[in-house]
Design a protein. Structure first.
Length: 480
């Protein structure tokens, strides 16, 4: 990755793991009893066995991921990086505050409160992830939770340095970026995981096992949906004309990164960036990685041969409030061709006849419906609980044996892979191709065409105008 932007100075110096361990060893020579947590042993983890993880992007979702990592005894969150010192998320579902300051305090307070971790050096803080990765040689793995438009640059910067990578969904901002990140990770042999945590659930495995057991016969039609995106709507009619002051402690140029420059406005950050094409990927990019995931796994989907969509208020600035995207897939092995339809912004599939009066589709605003030759399965969003409908048919179904390996937890599986275990099933080799298909929906929406898709070559063979959406330009000296 190349860029002409100059890295910012870190907000505090980083003590390397080697220096810390050396100082610890020197200090303990004066004592005849060494604290057990320094040596490791049953119920304790020696510092040398720790996986040092850096978090890039500690806003609302980054703070959530950091909390998850702090629950893992063999993980030390040794560094964080964010362009914002502090941001207020109280208006959004995350709640509270996040950013460099609040999350550093969260981490340091967590470690100081436990005897086994009280001696750890303070978490290092950076503004520019390139400087962090260049200077902090003790980092083993990186978790990325930035806005979509900087996923690829952060992923590739880490992969190029041999770091294991966990990246929030969608894996990248465009099809080309997603393919580039997937191939780079495969070539480097690093452990990877995308942040669609429902992929590690028990319930998504049940959905797969029931479908493979023939619970509803061959499946030729699937519908998935999310009402997400309506809460981004306040500023999405047009680009704001007014200039607002950049919040104190925020590097707006670094936040913009490879996107076209524009003045700061709360319409973009800290939260509503998902509704702008330059920064986000709309409701489908946000939620299809969760809610369409059961279809990709259970039906063993590859690339579709076509995609088309319709939406409200298609324009070059903002993602639509509501959209419908249709994909068509060829037969796969003994599975027949299938049509997959995505709905967002409160749009929903037709109500199944099998659904009892007064009963709603599973998941309400987030879910998936499989339509088979012998029945229907509905499941909640985020890979949630499946049910055959009607309920009396569910009660008659003899559930099959569990054949899929169960997960130890979405973050845990990645940590284990980083420490030499096998790759998580939700690694980039699975989640990358799925992300490409999902983002193809946005290409179809923006071109207004039914696209004939060559997935291998990333080409809409009947629509040259799609190229600029498949591989958009990078700006401000950033490249991949």
């Amino acid at each position: 990755m190349k860029t002409s932007s100059k890295p910012a100075k870190p907000s505090n110096a980083k003590v390397s793991r080697r220096d810390f361990l050396s100082r610890t060893a020197a200090a303990t020579t004066a004592f005849t009893i060494v604290p057990r947590y320094v040596l490791g042993g049953r119920g304790n983890t020696a510092p040398s066995e720790k996986l040092n993880v850096a978090v890039i992007g500690v806003g609302g979702q980054g703070k959530h991921n950091t909390n998850a990592l702090l629950q893992e005894a063999d993980v030390q969150v040794s560094a964080i990086c964010d362009v914002t010192e502090e941001a207020d998320y109280s208006r959004f579902y995350y709640g509270g505050v996040a950013g460099r300051g609040p999350v550093k305090k969260l981490i340091d307070d967590n470690y100081k409160s436990k005897p086994a971790t009280a001696a750890y050096p303070p978490c290092a803080v950076y503004i520019d992830f390139r400087e962090m990765l260049e200077k902090d040689k003790g980092i083993d793995a990186v978790l990325i939770a930035t806005p979509d438009h900087t996923h690829a640059t952060a992923c590739l910067a880490a992969i190029e340095r041999g770091k294991h990578v966990y990246c929030e969904k969608p894996l990248a901002h465009s099809i080309y970026e997603t393919r580039t990140v997937t191939e780079a990770a495969r070539k480097a042999g690093v452990a990877t995981q995308m942040g669609n945590h429902g992929h590690s659930s028990e319930t998504i495995r049940l959905t797969c096992e029931w479908i493979w057991d023939g619970a509803i016969g061959d499946i030729r039609e699937v519908h998935a949906w999310s009402q997400t995106g309506l809460d981004w709507g306040g500023f999405r009619m047009q680009r704001p004309d007014e200039r607002q002051p950049i919040p104190a402690g925020m590097d707006w140029d670094l936040w913009i990164g490879p996107a076209p420059k524009r003045p700061y406005h709360i319409a973009y950050a800290p939260y509503s960036w998902r509704g702008w094409w330059d920064f986000g990927t709309g409701a489908i990019g946000d939620m299809a990685c969760h809610n369409m995931d059961p279809a990709f796994w259970a039906l063993k989907l590859g690339y579709p041969y076509s995609a088309e969509g319709s939406a409200t208020n298609i324009n070059d600035e903002t993602t639509p409030f509501g959209s419908i995207v249709h994909y068509e897939f060829d037969a796969r092995g003994d599975m027949p061709p299938v049509k997959l339809t995505w709905y967002s912004g409160g749009l929903m599939p037709p109500r199944p006849d099998e659904l009892e009066p007064g009963r709603q589709l599973a998941g309400g605003g987030n879910g998936i419906l499989f339509i088979g030759d012998k029945g229907k399965i509905m499941a909640e969003g985020w890979g949630g609980s499946p049910r055959i409908i009607p309920e009396n048919k569910m009660q008659q179904y003899k559930r099959p044996s569990k054949i899929l390996e169960r997960s130890n937890g979405h973050h845990r599986d990645w940590v284990d892979a980083c420490k030499g275990g096998k790759q998580p099933h939700g690694g980039f080799d699975y989640s990358g191709p799925m992300t490409e298909v999902i983002l193809l929906g946005n290409v179809a929406l923006r071109t207004g065409e039914k696209l004939t898709w060559n997935g291998k070559d990333m080409k809409a063979t009947n629509c040259p105008s799609a190229d600029k959406y498949i591989k958009p330009e990078f700006h401000n000296g950033w490249t991949i």
